[in-house]
Every structure is written in structure tokens, then in C-alpha cells.
Design a protein around this ligand. Structure first.
Ligand SMILES: *Cc1c(COP(=O)(O)O)cnc(C)c1O
Length: 421
């Protein structure tokens, strides 16, 4: 459930009519609902009720400072994947002991940054990373708390670009070699082993792959304890999917996911961490765009909108579906007609939807792409010198611009021209 509903004939974000925001900030723009973000965080938190747990929001899905501040206020931890994200989390007031550092390519510089500022744990993904982390920590007179990310070799049955738990993926250490690598970790002076980490992919729409992975983690916990390691924390990753196409998908609910966690690893006496991103921020955001032209083509008609692949790359990159709805509520039972919905960027990849049945829309109409709160703004670029689009956060009847649209002057002045030109 989210808080983008039609009221009095217009799409609203909570209690604010979307056309009012459009009139104030111009199109295109991202619009997020604070109530939806809050609700989604709490669903996870409550699903793990009864377990010692921390929900670490995977901030790569949407890392606007205002969103982070909101999450921090709810008590969320953060899953960060770069030094930049670490600094953003700190700037939003998240204490180091609630920040976990994931990612396959952490640099020595990033490790130092996190050890200096405080860190809950590093989720280590390879032996060379373990060695470097130990060196960095030792040189600082510190010890780095770690889990090792194991790759359980399960098929997450999701899009190939966001599946991470198969043996051929670049992530983690093969679970078959875990005991050997834990032994190596335990012998390193700058390392303190505290647990196990697993994350098998994103946009999972069934629970079975999680179950397979978590059962393997439960077995490994027992083996590693028998080997003499302290395993007191399990980081179970993120990845629960959202219904991008509301008419025909219903992924598992956080409550069912929580019950699965309790069933598979709940009796090990470990502190449980999860790292949801998409399920917290995805349906908490829409992208609002204006139809520039309605163009008739050969055998197909186009809606050319003022948002493009640089603003929301998911359809071009993953062939992703977004529900697309007119902001003015269509009359009940109105006839729909197929349109290709495309942006102005000079490549055919700039297509949001093909032959999408749409109610009648005219040039100048506003349309909204739903489920755009995760992996939307954060993956955007200024390709074609299209300024990064503003982000707006709604809370009940109020809204605020939480990232302004840059001016063309700012964009141009970001480059510098050498004196010899
Ligand atoms: C991307 C990522 C997540 C979040 O995945 P979602 O599908 O957005 O929930 C969590 N943990 C790690 C390590 C990730 O790389």
C-alpha cells in the first residue's frame, strides 16, 4: 500500500494534489511520500519483532539526505556501499554503530574513513579485501568487526543484472570455501569475526530462494561455531521485491519474510540484520512528467514526455515495467488505446513502455510513473544536458523540495576549460 491515490479527480501524494507540486517545481520531478517510507520501514521492523534485530536501509536505492534523515529518525541502520554513502549516512545523523559497509570493491581509503568514523561491521567479500582491511585497521591501532559475505549458490530467479547469489556472480565467497576463509580471517590481527552475511539479489518475488540461502547460513553458523568462531550476528541482505505491475504481481509480504527468517535462523541466538532498499523506497516514489507531444506513427502512436532515460533508467537498463497513470483521474470505463511512451533523448533505448494501453491524454497532460522511488533518482544522469530533476518529499498536506533542479549555468560552470584552449 502507498499514499498515491486519486482524490477529487486528481492524483494526490498523501494530501497534496500532484498538479499543485507540478505547478510549483515544474516537470519532470520525483515525488516521495514520507508516510509510505515510514510504513514500509515499520513493516520490516515489526516483522522481526521478538528477535534482536536491526533494519539497515539499503541507501543506494534512494540516498537523498531528507530520506536518510527520515529513516534515521525511525531508528533505521544503514547499509552503505561506498565512502560517499558512509558520509551521507553520517551527515544524516546515523551513528557509526548502525552503519554496515557492503560492496565488492572497498578501497583502503574507504575502510579508513569508516574505521575512523565508527562502523557496525564490514561485510567482507574476498580474501584480498580481508587482508587489506586487516592492514588498514592494524595501522590505525584498530580492529575491524566483520562478517564474510557468503555466496550460497542459489538462483534468486530475478533479472540477471541484479541476481547476486549464484556461483558465477562476482559477489561474496563460495559457501563451500567459507570455513577456510573464516580460519584465515581469525588469524589476521586487525580483524574481529562476528558473523555471516548473505545477499542473493534484488527484486525477488518468491520466498523460496531466501529460504534456501538462509538454511545454508544456519548450517554454516553451526559449523563455524564448532570450528571455534564467534558467530553472533547474521546479516541476511535485502532483495524483497515490489509489485511494479500491480494488476498481476503480488510478491511476498514483509510479514511472511519475517516469519521465514524466524523459521530458518531464529533459534540460533544471533542478532539479525536485514538490508531492504527497494521495498522501503520503491513504492514510496513517483516520477511526474508532462506529455510534450502526442505523435501518430506508422502503425503506432507515441506519447513523447519530458522525462527520459537519464531521469529513470530502469526500463532502458533492465527492461523494467512501471505502471504509468494519468494524473487527472480517467473517467470510469473509458476506452484505452495503446501508446509507446518515450522520452526526448536521442536513442531508441529511451522508451519507457511499448503499446501501453492508456486512456485519452493530450499534450500538456501530466502522467506519473509509479514505483519510481528506488533506483530512480540515484541512477539518473545529465545525459543530453538534461538537468537532474528535482526531488520533492510530501508529508501529509505539506511538501518540500529536497533536491532542487540545477540551472544550466551551474551545469556549464561545473566544467573547466584549460587556459591553453
Ligand atoms: C542492493 C543491495 C541491497 C538492497 O537490495 P534491495 O533489492 O533494494 O532490497 C542490500 N544489500 C546489498 C549488499 C545490496 O547490494
Amino acid at each position: 500500500m502507498d499514499h498515491f491515490l486519486y482524490k477529487a479527480g486528481a492524483l494526490h501524494a498523501e494530501d497534496v494534489p500532484v498538479p499543485e507540486i507540478a505547478a510549483s517545481v515544474g516537470t519532470p520531478f520525483y515525488c516521495y511520500s514520507a508516510a509510505t517510507l515510514t510504513r514500509h520501514y515499520r513493516l520490516f521492523d515489526e516483522a522481526l519483532d521478538g528477535l534482536d534485530h536491526l533494519v539497515c536501509y539499503a541507501m543506494k536505492s534512494n540516498s537523498n539526505q531528507a530520506i536518510l534523515k527520515l529513516m534515521a529518525g525511525l531508528g533505521a541502520g544503514m547499509d552503505v556501499v561506498s565512502g560517499g554513502e558512509y558520509l551521507r549516512a553520517k551527515a544524516a545523523g546515523v551513528p557509526g554503530e548502525r552503519i554496515v559497509f557492503s560492496g565488492v570493491g572497498k578501497t583502503g581509503e574507504e575502510m579508513r574513513l569508516a574505521l575512523e568514523g565508527g562502523i557496525r561491521q564490514f561485510n567482507v567479500e574476498s580474501e584480498p579485501e580481508l587482508v587489506l582491511l586487516s592492514q588498514v585497521a592494524e595501522a590505525m591501532g584498530a580492529t575491524a568487526p566483520i562478517t564474510i559475505r557468503v555466496n550460497p549458490d542459489v538462483d534468486a530467479r530475478t533479472h540477471e543484472k541484479i541476481a547476486t547469489g549464484k556461483a558465477e556472480n562476482k559477489f561474496g565467497i563460495p559457501i563451500s570455501r567459507a570455513r577456510e576463509v573464516y580460519a584465515q580471517a581469525a588469524a589476521l590481527p586487525g580483524i574481529e569475526v562476528i558473523g555471516i552475511d548473505v545477499h542473493i539479489g534484488s527484486q525477488l518475488t518468491e520466498l523460496d530462494p531466501f529460504e534456501q540461502a538462509y538454511l545454508k547460513v544456519a548450517d554454516l553458523t553451526k559449523q563455524l561455531r564448532a570450528d571455534g568462531h564467534t558467530i553472533r550476528r547474521l546479516d541476511l541482505g535485502g532483495g524483497l521485491g515490489i509489485p511494479y505491475e500491480r494488476s498481476n504481481t503480488a510478491p511476498p509480504l514483509p510479514t511472511e519474510y519475517g516469519a521465514l527468517i524466524k523459521r530458518t535462523v531464529g533459534d540460533l541466538g544471533c542478532e539479525i540484520e536485514i538490508e531492504p532498499g527497494r521495498l522501503i523506497s520503491g513504492n514510496a516514489g513517483i516520477l511526474v512528467t508532462e506529455v510534450i507531444y502526442v505523435k501518430s506513427g506508422e502503425g503506432r502512436d507515441f506519447l513523447i514526455v519530458d522525462a527520459a532515460m537519464n531521469d529513470l533508467i530502469r526500463p532502458a537498463m533492465y527492461g523494467a515495467w512501471h505502471d504509468i497513470v494519468p494524473v487527472a483521474e480517467p473517467a470510469a470505463g473509458v476506452e484505452r488505446q495503446p501508446f509507446d511512451i518515450v522520452g526526448p533523448v536521442c536513442e531508441t533505448g529511451d522508451t519507457f513502455a511499448k503499446a501501453r494501453p492508456m486512456p485519452p491524454v493530450q499534450a500538456g497532460a501530466l502522467v506519473a510513473f509509479r514505483s519510481a522511488g528506488a533506483y530512480g533518482a540515484v541512477m539518473s544522469s545529465e545525459y543530453n544536458t538534461r538537468p537532474l530533476i528535482p526531488e520533492v518529499l510530501v508529508h501529509e498536506h505539506q511538501f518540500a523540495v529536497i533536491r532542487a533542479r540545477p540551472s544550466f549555468e551551474e551545469i556549464i560552470n561545473r566544467d573547466s576549460v584549460p587556459s591553453w584552449l
